[in-house]
Design a protein around this ligand. Structure first.
Ligand SMILES: Nc1ncnc2c1ncn2[C@@H]1O[C@H](COP(=O)(O)OP(=O)(O)OP(=O)(O)O)[C@@H](O)[C@H]1O
Ligand SMILES: [Mg+2]
Length: 195
């Protein structure tokens, strides 16, 4: 039933992860998209009420993923347990995530980069680690926006003002910009997030 294409920048789920699907009636990708979308809307409500001060806390990072996907996937909020076409080897995830959070705290203290670049680098590093089996893009976009809003005192990114979830021009530009960032060139991503 649910298949994903690695060339579109999405992570394919393995059978164990599909076992983690909570609603038993899902037959199509569209139904799944809809359930995830509703779950994320509730999570954003929760975030508005909660206003976490410490966005750069590992427990919060996981709890946010749990809130965004926890009605759909049993493994929401837990790091992945297998390797993917994207991301680091899964054993390294806890260490790399906490190192990234420490690095970002240091960039904030030292003002190593301009504010947008701190948030862009954070976003890109987080999706590159790819801590979860799915939902990494959506989760890491919210994390970057929270960092901007709560720690950098900047407006959230516009992320191309398009539907990033579906395969189209906006997503193509986003994935291209991430690939440039993989090669340490952040210019395209910096431009994209404010376009
Ligand atoms: N070359 C790349 N380098 C870094 N990150 C990438 C690259 N290609 C894709 N990504 C990230 O991986 C995400 C896809 O991973 P995943 O399927 O776990 O997230 P998602 O939230 O389900 O995706 P979507 O963006 O479709 O909502 C993309 O949104 C993007 O952020
Ligand atoms: Mg996905």
């Amino acid at each position: 039933m649910i298949e994903e294409n690695p060339t579109t920048g999405q992570t394919a789920l393995d059978p164990n992860e599909i076992d983690g699907l909570i609603p038993s009636h899902i037959m199509t990708r569209a139904e799944l998209d809809r359930l995830e979308h509703d779950n994320i809307v509730d999570a954003l409500d929760w975030l508005d009420r909660r206003k976490p001060k410490d966005v750069l806390d590992e427990l919060f990072l996981r709890r946010l993923h749990q809130r965004m996907f926890g009605e759909v996937w049993r493994w929401a909020g837990s790091y992945r347990q297998s390797d993917k076409n994207l991301g680091i080897t899964f054993h390294q995830i806890p260490v790399q995530v906490s190192q990234l959070l420490d690095n970002v705290k240091y960039w904030l203290e030292q003002q190593t980069y301009p504010p947008d670049e701190i948030a862009v680098r954070f976003h890109h590093h987080l999706v590159s680690i790819h801590p979860f089996s799915n939902g990494n893009g959506r989760h890491a976009r919210v994390m970057a926006d929270l960092l901007l809003e709560r720690r950098l005192d900047q407006p959230m990114f516009t992320w191309g003002r398009g539907d990033l979830a579906s395969i189209g021009e906006v997503r193509r530009v986003y994935i291209e910009a991430l690939k440039a960032a993989d090669g340490l060139d952040y210019a395209k991503l910096l431009e994209f997030v404010r376009s």
